[in-house]
Design a protein around this ligand. Structure first.
Ligand code: BG6
Length: 509
C-alpha cells in the first residue's frame, strides 16, 4: 500500500543502474536502407557491447533481396565494422550473430508475413525471445499502411498478456496535418498508442536531454528563463553536407518538413515548456503538449520567414554543385534546402519573445545550438564608447558537434580604461566527463525494448507541430520559389533581412 505521505509519482529505484532489456527480438523493415546500415545495426551492436541486450536477443531483417541468414549477417557485420561507436569485440559479435535471421519477402505478400511469423515463433522457442517483438519501420511512410495491415493480419501486432508487440516509426510523420492524422489513424488502428514509438533522434541526444537537467536541476537559470530577461531565442541546425544521393526522399519535402517540423520544434518545446511535475512520461508529454498548443507562426509570412536553395559554391577547398545539379533532383525543383521561421509562444513566460528557427544544408559549418539571447542591461553607467563592442548576453546550449554550454557576457578589457567587451565562459562535455556519449539511436532503441516512452513524441505532439508549420508551408506553396544562396555561406540574404526586420541578428556560431 502506498504510504500517504509518499509522492506516488516517485519511483524509488536507483536510476543510475544500467537498465537491461528483457528477452526480445527486433525486426527491421528496410534493412537495405542507409539508416539501417549507418545507425540501427551499429546501435544494436553497441548496445550488445555495453551489455544492455539480453543474451537471447534476436535481430531479424526483412527485405526483398534473395539473401540467406548468413548474407544478412554479413551485411550487419559490415555495418558494425564501419559505423559502430564502440570497439569491435569478436565474442560480442559471435553472440549477436547467433540470433540474426533474414526473411525474404515483399510488403504486400501474405506468405512473406507468414514466414516472418514462423521465424519469430522459432526464435521464441529456440532462443527464448519470449514473444516480445519490436517492428522497426525504416521504410518510406507510404509503405506504413500495408506493413501495419500485414502485421495485424498475421497476428504479429496482437497485444497478449505477458508479451509485447511494438512498432517503431521514423519520420516524416506525414506531409502536413491532414496526412499526419491519416497516418496516425492507420498506425493506431493496428497498434495502441502506448505501443507506438515515433523516433525523433534529436530527443535521444545527450545534449538535448541536458536541456531538462540544466533548467530543472539548477537554481541559476530558471529565474531568468522568461520574457523579463530573454530578448529572443534562436534555434539553429546548420549542416555543411549537401543532398547528393537523397533526392528520392528530399525532393518535394524540403528543410522545413525534414527538420523544423520535428527536431527544431522539439528543441523549442524543451526550451519553452514549464517544469513537469515529474519526469514521468505522461507529465513530460503534458507539458510539451501544453507549450506546443501555445506556439504559433508569426505573420505576415513574407516578412517573418525565409527559404533558400543552395547553388554551386565552395565548401572549404571543395567545389560543390548546387541542388539543381545534384543527381535525381528535378532541374526546376522548388524544394527549399534552407528555412527560417519566426514563432511566438503565447504564455505568460514567453509573451512577446520571438523564437527564430533556422536550418539548412550546405551552410558554412555543421552546428546545432539553442541560444537564449538576453535583453540589454537597462542602464549602462559607462562612457558609450567603452561599450561599443558589447553585444547582448547569451546562454548557448551547444547541441553538436562541440557539445557543451557557453555563457556570453561583457568583461572589462585589461588596461587603464573601463572598456567592456564580450567574452565566453564554456562548459564542454569532452573535458568535464570521461564517458563518451552514447549515440542517440542506442538510447532510443533501448528505450523501445524497455517500453520507456519519455523520449518519443506522441500523436498529439506530431499533430501540433504540423498545426504550427502548415500555414507557412501553405504560404510558401502558393507563390514564388526559394531564394538562391551560395553553398558554404549562412543562407540567403532574405534570412538576414528577416532577423533585421525583427531588430535581431542571427548569431554566427
Ligand atoms: C535527419 C534529417 O532527421 O537528421 C537529415 O532527415 C539530417 O536531413 C539529419 O541530415 C541530421 O542528423 P544529425 O544527428 O547528424 O544532426
Amino acid at each position: 500500500m502506498t504510504e500517504p505521505w509518499r509522492n506516488p509519482l516517485r519511483d524509488e529505484r536507483d536510476k543510475r543502474m544500467p537498465r537491461i532489456a528483457g528477452p526480445c527480438g527486433v525486426v527491421i523493415f528496410g534493412v537495405t536502407g542507409d539508416l539501417a546500415r549507418k545507425k540501427l545495426m551499429p546501435a544494436i551492436y553497441d548496445l550488445a557491447n555495453r551489455g544492455l541486450l539480453p543474451p537471447t536477443f534476436a535481430l531479424v531483417g526483412f527485405a526483398r533481396r534473395d539473401w540467406a541468414d548468413e548474407d544478412f549477417g554479413q551485411v550487419v557485420y559490415d555495418a558494425v565494422k564501419q559505423h559502430a561507436r564502440t570497439p569491435f569485440r569478436q565474442e560480442v559479435w559471435d553472440r549477436l550473430a547467433e540470433g540474426i535471421r533474414f526473411v525474404q519477402g515483399t510488403f504486400d505478400d501474405d506468405e512473406s508475413f507468414a514466414r516472418l511469423s514462423e521465424t519469430l515463433d522459432k526464435l521464441d522457442a529456440e532462443r527464448g525471445t519470449g514473444g516480445n517483438h519490436a517492428f522497426y519501420l525504416s521504410i518510406p511512410p507510404n509503405a506504413f499502411p500495408v506493413v501495419c495491415e500485414q502485421l495485424q493480419k498475421s497476428g504479429l501486432a496482437r497485444q497478449q498478456e505477458g508479451r509485447w508487440s511494438r512498432v517503431v516509426i521514423e519520420k516524416p510523420f506525414g506531409h502536413d496535418l491532414d496526412s499526419a492524422r491519416e497516418l496516425n489513424n492507420v498506425v493506431n488502428s493496428v497498434f495502441p498508442e502506448e505501443s507506438v514509438f515515433r523516433i525523433d533522434h534529436y530527443l535521444g541526444k545527450e545534449t538535448v536531454q541536458n536541456i531538462l537537467a540544466l533548467r530543472f536541476a539548477n537554481e541559476l537559470y530558471e529565474p531568468i528563463w522568461n520574457a523579463h530577461y530573454v530578448d529572443h531565442v534562436q534555434i539553429t541546425m546548420a549542416e555543411n553536407i549537401g543532398l547528393g544521393g537523397r533526392a528520392g526522399y528530399y525532393d518535394g519535402i524540403g528543410a522545413a518538413r525534414d527538420v523544423i517540423q520535428n527536431h527544431l520544434i522539439q528543441l523549442l518545446a524543451l526550451t519553452a515548456m514549464e517544469e513537469p511535475v515529474s519526469f514521468n512520461p505522461h507529465e513530460l508529454q503534458a507539458e510539451k503538449i501544453k507549450v506546443l498548443s501555445a506556439t504559433h507562426a508569426m505573420e505576415p509570412f513574407d516578412l517573418t520567414t525565409a527559404r533558400g536553395q543552395y547553388t554551386a559554391g565552395w565548401q572549404g577547398s571543395e567545389k560543390v554543385p548546387g541542388l539543381l545539379e545534384e543527381e535525381g533532383f528535378a532541374t526546376d525543383s522548388r524544394t527549399e534546402t534552407f528555412a527560417a521561421i519566426t514563432l511566438g509562444v503565447d504564455t505568460r513566460r514567453w509573451a512577446g519573445v520571438p523564437f527564430l528557427l533556422r536550418t539548412g544544408k550546405r551552410l558554412a559549418r555543421r552546428v546545432t545550438e539553442v541560444a537564449l539571447v538576453f535583453k540589454r542591461a537597462p542602464h549602462l553607467p559607462f562612457d558609450s564608447t567603452m561599450t561599443e563592442e558589447l553585444g547582448k548576453n547569451a546562454l548557448v546550449l551547444r547541441i553538436q558537434p562541440d557539445e557543451g554550454i557557453t555563457t556570453r557576457f561583457g568583461s572589462k578589457v585589461p588596461g587603464s580604461a573601463m572598456e567592456v567587451r564580450d567574452v565566453n565562459m564554456d562548459f564542454s562535455y569532452g573535458s568535464a566527463f570521461a564517458e563518451d556519449s552514447p549515440e542517440a539511436y542506442e538510447r532510443l532503441i533501448l528505450d523501445v525494448l524497455l517500453g520507456e516512452p519519455s523520449l518519443f513524441p506522441v500523436n498529439a505532439e506530431v499533430e501540433l507541430s504540423w498545426e504550427i508549420l502548415d500555414p507557412i508551408l501553405k504560404n510558401w506553396g502558393s507563390h514564388g520559389r526559394p531564394d538562391p544562396y551560395e553553398a558554404g555561406t549562412w543562407g540567403p540574404p532574405a534570412a538576414f533581412e528577416m532577423a533585421h526586420r525583427l531588430q535581431r541578428e542571427w548569431r554566427r556560431p
